[in-house]
Design a protein. Structure first.
Lengths: 334, 558
């Protein structure tokens, strides 16, 4: 595996980076959807996450990355009780993937050669406690999407097929990216993503030059470039760790809850998931910035991320929803 | 552009790729089978390093390696096959226009790992709507579309390439080069930032080839000419205009400012010489192609009332069949065991005596499912003068309503309009309704009624959609008063003959559909066309948009 482009060296795209960091602080936020043009660093940012995130501790050889030996599933027959440190898993889910590969299935090798009934874990098992990345999520086949939604919500992957009955934890942050021109995402799937980000190619010429300059420097000498940015990456990593510790201490005051509700009502967002995500995202942001309390500024900063994809929308409506959220925030908070 | 210049570009692109295959990622070569392509393939074979030819239907096992079931069964232990892409190699993908999105995603991932893979796409697309997946095109440095040129493509000697490859890491880039390439890309409306990166690497590879230690202006220009033309989304505006009204391009002052106080020779280059050089290489139909390219059809599948199709992965289960397992085919373990069961006693002899279960490759059963393919509604709208007077607005309204229904049913839609002397593809097959609505709203009316041309375009699109596994259906909104035949010269009688003839050929292709007569008084002409088409005829002299929409929905058996 070659070195990934350092996260902190990505020029611009601040909202995307912020959204990814927020999910690192509070994985319960429910995933990030990144929609935008080609060649804007979507894939780069997600792949950079793996090296940025603090490592996790897991039982050696456990297929679902369990934290403690007693959490290892029975079917895996893990005999080791040693704990090892490893990078947070970031698993790619390719478009043409079959259901077997995603959920896991009967281990055909062992079934045919040894006559044993064994379970071969799939991508969901590997993504447990980490990230599951789907590029071109809007082109993913419907039956895989349904399956992912179900697992993402319950946090448990249940396999009932070919005489197997297996359950294992599958708690992961879903990161999807795509190009909206190639097709839209079903509203049901949209709603399951906690945060959504629209990315554009930078239009500022200096910014574009800087992007190409850094990419070129990286391509020419990976080690040196990564070493140069290591310190910046470490700073973000420390803020994430500090943020995780601070997260529980941040209480939502009545005033903040009222603000959340007021915003959601003013925007006519479907269901209550919008408000909950808004609150959690604001808390994660406050924790990341090391603030003692959640304020309106935090709410205003994360409102477009948490709400723009939840607005009730006419499929033929062309108006940009991020603009609508920003405007409503300004009106509500006066 | 002469044939010689074409070959020269191909030669340089191939040489650069030979020097830096992992960095430049590859070439798209868009041409039908012919002398030009043969010349290229001959040259390709001479490129150094391992090469493999793959096709769009290649399985993941072949490409990335997997279990060899037959060998595993014979040996009694898992035997893995190595995939073609395990080691850095140059993959040549033939018939790239038929690449399914799943394979495109895998290949894109493979290229992103930066392990030194390169990809040659041989794209035989017949029309602008077809083509290799954008996800791949964006990642490959070069795109070559030769006119017929049979001149052999000559590559530098292998020893020279080796020397150039060794020189490559030490080639320096002058200070002003990077801003220049980025600015230039912006002027051609190239949004993806991969383009300037690739151009820079190309310039470096070319310098290494030319035995230079620093990239020169000539190589920068050449690199830009090789990388940018196929990606351009707009013609650069003239410098004078730009000063007054910079549209989406960046401010020229700001763009050129960094150059002026640096390398003097570079400041002259970008603006005029380079822009005109690249503009000359732009394909003449750039604007048409843009419309087609910006909306690639979504290949995602969903439910719909399309044709039945046999698959191996989803849908209603059918009885299992013997077959070979692969990534696309799922084994049915129960049926496999059932097939093997009667033979166990016989097989448990010799070296198999101590095995609990003896399964031979011939026992393997594959699951099969029956699935319905996506439906593609091809709206073909008569925007001629006669229709415009009557009710173009109503027809537009009806199409909009049907679009909303198509959204609910997860159908794909395409929009064609015929007027004057020809037909425009306003929207290639897509699910993006916003696009459809936008294109429809800006549809002007007026001119003759080239019904034959409209039907022909619809037929072509339907064929294309079939190739992609969609089920095309035609929704034709016209008053049937054809007056422009295929030749383009007004002649009512010939026009009607042409229209009827093409309608009959569509019927022979088995494209079902509905014809909505939009004339004020229903006439026999439209009915004749409907009969020839084998389509259901709906005369709706005074219906509103809602009426048309309801009628079409029920006629198509939704």
């Amino acid at each position: 595996m070659s070195l990934a482009f350092p996260f902190s060296a990505i020029v611009g795209q601040d909202t995307m980076k912020q959204a990814l960091i927020l999910t690192a602080i509070d994985p319960g936020l429910g995933g990030v959807l990144v929609f935008g043009d080609r060649g804007t660093g979507k894939s780069t940012a997600v792949r950079a996450l793996a090296t940025l995130l603090p490592p996790i501790t897991q039982v050696k050889g456990c297929p679902v990355n369990s934290e403690r030996p007693e959490e290892c599933p029975d079917w895996a027959t893990v005999s080791d009780t040693d704990l090892v440190e490893r990078p947070t898993p970031v698993v790619d889910l390719p478009l043409g993937v079959t259901e077997d590969r995603v959920t896991g299935a009967l281990d055909i090798e062992r079934a045919l050669t040894k006559g044993e009934k064994a379970f071969e874990p799939g991508l969901l098992a590997r993504a447990n406690r980490g990230y599951l990345y789907i590029d071109e999520v809007n082109l993913l086949e419907d039956h895989i999407v349904d399956l992912l939604l179900d697992v993402a919500q319950s946090g448990i992957n249940a396999v009932e097929r070919e005489g197997l009955s297996i359950r294992h934890p599958a708690r992961f942050v879903l990161v999807g990216s795509g190009n909206p021109e190639e097709g839209e995402l079903r509203p049901q799937l949209l709603d399951r993503f906690g945060l959504s980000v629209e990315v554009r190619s930078p239009t500022d010429i200096d910014e574009r030059i800087e992007v190409v300059r850094r990419r070129d420097a990286f391509d020419m000498d990976r080690e040196a470039f990564t070493a140069k940015w290591q310190l910046e990456d470490a700073k973000i990593r420390d803020s994430i760790l500090a943020g995780r510790a601070l997260l529980r201490k941040l209480e939502a005051t009545d005033a903040i809850l009222r603000d959340c509700a007021a915003l959601a009502v003013a925007l006519g967002a479907d269901g209550l998931r919008g408000e909950l995500t808004l609150l959690r995202a604001a808390r994660a942001l406050a924790a990341f910035e090391g603030d003692a309390a959640i304020t309106r500024d935090h709410l205003a900063a994360v409102a477009p991320l948490a709400l723009s994809h939840r607005l009730r929308r006419d499929p033929l409506d062309e108006a940009g929803s991020t603009t609508r959220v920003t405007r409503t925030v300004a009106e509500t908070f006066g | 552009m002469t044939d010689g210049a074409d070959t020269a570009r191909t030669q340089r692109a191939l040489a650069a790729l030979a020097v830096d295959p992992g960095g430049l990622k590859g070439i798209t070569f868009r041409a039908r089978m012919g002398p030009a392509r043969q010349a290229l393939e001959t040259a390709l074979r001479k490129l150094p390093g391992p090469q493999h030819r793959i096709h769009p239907a290649i399985s993941d096992d072949q490409l990335f390696g997997g279990l060899n079931i037959a060998a595993s069964l014979a040996e009694g232990r898992p035997v893995r096959d190595a995939g073609l892409a395990d080691q850095p190699t140059m993959l040549t993908l033939t018939m790239a226009e038929r690449t399914p999105s799943g394979l495109a995603a895998r290949l894109a991932q493979l290229l992103d790992t930066d392990r030194g893979h390169a990809l040659i796409l041989l794209d035989e697309a017949a029309s602008a709507e077809e083509g290799a997946p954008q996800a791949l095109l964006d990642r490959l440095a070069f795109h070559i579309e030769p006119k017929e040129a049979a001149t052999p493509v000559r590559l530098p000697a292998a020893a020279d390439l080796d020397v150039a490859r060794k020189r490559l890491p030490r080639v320096q880039i002058p200070d002003g080069a990077l801003p220049m390439l980025v600015t230039l890309a912006a002027r051609f409306g190239i949004h993806s930032l991969r383009a300037p990166s690739l151009a820079l690497r190309t310039a470096r590879a070319l310098a290494a080839l030319d035995a230079e230690m620093t990239v020169t202006d000539a190589q920068l220009q050449e690199a830009a000419e090789l990388v940018y033309p196929s990606r351009a989304t707009m013609m650069p505006t003239e410098a004078e205009d730009e000063d007054e009204t910079p549209p989406e391009t960046p401010e020229p002052d700001q763009a050129n400012a960094p150059d002026t106080d640096r390398d003097q020779s570079l400041t002259d280059l970008p603006d005029d010489i380079l822009v005109s050089a690249i503009a000359a290489l732009l394909p003449p139909d750039i604007l048409d192609r843009l419309a087609a390219k910006s909306t690639r059809p979504a290949n995602a599948a969903g439910s719909g009332a399309g044709d039945r199709r046999r698959g191996n992965r989803r849908g209603r289960p059918l009885p299992s069949r013997p077959g070979h397992p692969s990534a696309q085919a799922r084994i049915d373990p129960i049926a496999t065991l059932r097939a093997a069961a009667p033979w166990q006693t016989l097989r448990r002899t010799g070296r198999n005596a101590d095995r609990a279960l003896v399964i031979l490759p011939s026992d393997i059963r594959i699951k099969r499912f029956e699935d319905r393919s996506d439906r593609l509604l091809i709206f073909t709208v008569d925007a001629s003068g006669s229709a415009a007077v009557a009710r173009l607005a109503e027809a537009k309204g009806a199409v909009e309503l049907m679009l909303a229904q198509a959204y609910a049913r997860r159908d794909q839609v395409a929009l064609l309009a015929f007027r004057g002397t020809g037909t425009d593809t306003l929207l290639p097959p897509t699910r993006s309704l916003v696009q459809a609505k936008r294109r429809l709203a800006s549809l002007p009316g007026g001119g003759g009624t080239p019904l034959a041309s409209g039907l022909m375009a619809a037929g072509d699109l339907a064929q294309l959609a079939r190739g992609r596994g969609l089920t095309p259906m035609l929704v034709l909104l016209t008053d049937g008063r054809a007056n422009i035949p295929l030749t383009g010269d007004p002649d009512r009688a010939t026009a009607n003959d042409d229209a009827t003839r093409i309608a009959a050929s569509l019927r022979a292709q088995g494209i079902s559909g509905v014809l909505v007569d939009t004339s004020n008084r229903p006439t026999d002409t439209a009915r004749t066309i409907a009969v020839a088409l084998g389509a259901r005829y709906l005369a709706l002299p005074r219906a509103d948009a809602h009426g048309i929409s309801t009628a079409v929905t029920s006629a198509l058996g939704a």
